[in-house]
Design a protein around this ligand. Structure first.
Ligand code: SF4
Length: 272
């Protein structure tokens, strides 16, 4: 049984898990996306999104394939929903990536962001690379859905300088629909914030998680953890299985952000 996330897939020898990124090899849950990059770009830190962590900086951002959730509105589904061999990859060893990050310093690079797909399905690569990046005096950023067991978080937390964690909504029903678990994400945020900079993102999907009462509860809970956690309230665009929906109404987006501002010190509107 893979213990990395709450799905706890029971895998027979050679079988791949629900995330398509881990496999039972010799009785162990092994990351099959280790170092296999599908995307690499030098992005503004604000694009992660992080608003209060080295603003104005750039960050070398990498992704692989696979995800342990199944959001019908995923904005990165070409890689997150892909399995091994379904998308071109290039192997980049941790030391090579860390070295590349250093060489980009003159371009404003502050470190490495593990992002685009769900990086913690392959937490070993994040951990191994982050150790080297830290040793070279640079920063590590993890962009995650936060739906991972405490032991997985513990593997990367000591080397992570900042997280952006999705809080996709605030009901068990919505999380079930997405193949995730709200309680696990709450625990992840509570632990991460104790030793790392944390910002949270909520994508507002029309008719799904856009009620004022849900935003009141979500922001109230986040404030109970720490009212200084920045919240990014972001605009949905039609994608994947929700290609027939309209983008989030901008007026509503600002109203929900206003509501969250009553509980939290820092609220940002994104994707507008
Ligand atoms: S990380 Fe992947 S293989 Fe492991 S339990 Fe989660 S979905 Fe299953």
């Amino acid at each position: 049984m893979c213990q990395v996330c709450p799905h706890r897939c029971k895998l027979s020898e050679g079988q791949t898990g629900r995330c398509r990124a881990r496999k039972n090899v010799g009785g162990n849950s092994v990351s099959i996306n280790y170092g296999k990059l599908t995307s690499i770009a030098l992005d503004p830190i604000e694009k992660k999104p992080l608003a209060r962590f080295y603003p104005g900086g750039m960050i070398l951002s990498v992704g692989s394939f696979g995800c342990n959730m199944d959001c019908p509105f995923c904005q990165n589904d070409s890689i997150s929903m892909a399995a091994e061999n379904e998308v071109p990859t290039k192997y980049v060893a941790p030391e090579l990536l860390a070295d590349y990050a250093v060489r980009l310093r003159d371009d404003g690079n502050i470190g490495v962001a593990y992002t685009y797909n769900e990086p913690l399905t392959g937490f070993e690569y994040v951990r191994d690379t982050a150790k080297m990046v830290r040793a070279l005096g640079m920063k590590n950023v993890v962009v995650t859905n936060g739906c991972f067991c405490a032991e997985t978080l513990a593997e990367v937390l000591p080397w992570t300088d900042a997280f952006n964690i999705d809080l996709k909504g605030f009901t068990d029903e919505f999380y079930k629909k997405l193949g995730g678990d709200l309680e696990t994400v709450e625990a992840f945020i509570k632990t991460a914030v104790q030793s790392s900079h944390v910002e949270v993102t909520t994508l507002i999907v029309p008719g799904e998680n856009d009620s004022p009462s849900e935003m009141r509860e979500l922001s109230g809970w986040l404030a109970s953890v720490d009212k200084k956690i920045p919240l990014h309230v972001t605009r949905f665009f039609p994608r994947r299985k929700m290609a027939d929906k309209q983008p989030t109404d901008i007026k509503l987006l600002y109203e929900l952000a206003d509501m969250a501002s009553r509980n939290l010190d820092f609220v940002f509107v994104g994707n507008v």
